[in-house]
Design a binder for this molecule. Structure first.
Ligand SMILES: *[C@@H]1O[C@H](CO)[C@@H](O)[C@H](O)[C@H]1NC(C)=O
Ligand SMILES: *[C@@H]1O[C@H](CO)[C@@H](O)[C@H](O)[C@H]1NC(C)=O
Ligand SMILES: *[C@@H]1O[C@H](CO)[C@@H](O)[C@H](O)[C@H]1NC(C)=O
Ligand SMILES: *[C@@H]1O[C@H](CO)[C@@H](O)[C@H](O)[C@H]1NC(C)=O
Length: 335
């Protein structure tokens, strides 16, 4: 992939809705990726040479600049995506040639699935790189790409990664966060302030630091909130805490190449009452192994400026490349 992969970015459209998105906040991956793709060595200015075509709109920007707050009107946002696809489909041969199969878009914003779904072939055929990788909302792991949600409070990883060794982690399991969505509600009902080993808080006491708690814990709960994606999964990996995923219908990032069960624990929503028993029954040796593999897997979630080999930017491009290869095989079989 590194030598051959070429991406063409349609030049139509102006910032801030196109070719730009904020790199800050929990949705910052949208802006970071757009920025990195635009200056990437994988970019080609010659569309005839490209393997994939990037539709450079930002869903976060569409929501920020096109959506009228509280209007509940999806139309203008969906039209922005539709008009763009119609524009490039009319001007260049590439969209019609494949009906969008070799095109990709990206969105970390929750509304990515709904906005992209308004454009038929974008939803059906194109590679959608989404944080909100909810298979119940028509996310197709075979053709779409699950992008990790990553929150960097200071905008970079400096000082944000790393944590004490397992022997210095005195808390069995930790979570703190708002009761967004049904999974967290069940979690709070069963565990909030119930057990000194299971530290589940809605509001963290003022004298405790959130990241301090992550660093002192063996396991960190990463439940879905309003949507399936959450920055907690990557925070846990960054800080050496083994992620415990409590999510329905979630396609985990980079599942083609990473075996998540070697460095994380899945707990079904119906098993939340047994959370402590489940974690206590994991042998210490297995915990140590998961923790170690998690630290090794960390580099695949790192955000670097500029990107480095095997980091999150290259992993996402690799996921796109794999899906593009599937299309090629498909075409050859059909002709
Ligand atoms: C692609 O197809 C659309 C819809 O059929 C059509 O309007 C458009 O002109 C086509 N684009 C090109 C470049 O031929
Ligand atoms: C935080 O304050 C509580 C009482 O409000 C106390 O029990 C606890 O030990 C304190 N924790 C730390 C880390 O200082
Ligand atoms: C995933 O999508 C389904 C179907 O829309 C929805 O019921 C569910 O709440 C979503 N899950 C999360 C965690 O958002
Ligand atoms: C992933 O890891 C688990 C736990 O080590 C193992 O049981 C499973 O076979 C692995 N799956 C694949 C596809 O390698």
């Amino acid at each position: 992939m590194e030598k051959r992969f070429k991406i063409y970015i349609y030049e139509e459209g102006d910032p801030p809705v196109f070719h730009y998105s904020s790199m800050r906040g929990i949705l910052g991956m949208e802006g970071i990726l757009i920025h990195h793709i635009e200056i990437s060595k994988f970019r080609t200015k010659d569309p005839e040479n490209a393997h994939v075509y990037f539709l450079p709109f930002s869903v976060l920007s569409i929501v920020s600049y096109v959506y009228i707050v509280d209007s509940r009107l999806w139309g203008p946002m969906q039209n922005t995506a539709r008009d763009y696809v119609n524009l490039i489909a009319g001007k260049y041969p590439y969209w019609n040639r494949s009906l969008g199969h070799d095109h990709f878009m990206l969105a970390c914003h929750d509304w990515g699935p709904k906005i992209s779904s308004a454009v038929r072939y974008l939803r059906k055929n194109s590679i959608r790189v989404l944080c909100n990788a909810n298979t119940s909302e028509k996310f197709h792991p075979i053709k779409d790409v699950s992008m990790p949600e990553i929150y960097l409070p200071q905008g970079t990883m400096d000082g944000f990664t790393g944590g004490p060794s397992p022997s210095k982690r005195s808390i069995l399991v930790f979570f703190a966060g708002g009761i967004h969505g049904y999974i967290r509600q069940v979690l709070m009902e069963h565990w909030e302030n119930k057990d000194s080993d299971v530290r589940i808080h809605e509001y963290l006491p003022k004298n405790m630091s959130y990241y301090g708690m992550v660093r002192q814990s063996k396991y960190c709960i990463c439940p879905s909130g309003w949507e399936v994606a959450s920055p907690r999964m990557v925070e846990a990996l960054y800080m050496g805490c083994v992620p415990v995923l409590i999510k329905d219908h979630y396609a985990k990032p980079f599942g083609d190449v990473l075996n998540w069960s070697t460095f994380s624990v899945d707990v079904a929503v119906k098993d939340i009452p047994n959370l402590k028993t489940i974690l206590m029954s994991i042998p210490q040796r297995q915990y140590l192994k998961m923790q170690r593999i998690g630290i090794q897997a960390r580099r695949h979630f790192e955000v670097n400026f500029p990107p480095k080999r095997y980091d999150v930017f290259n992993m996402i491009l690799h996921s796109i490349w794999l899906r593009r290869l599937n299309i090629l095989i498909h075409d050859i079989n059909e002709t």
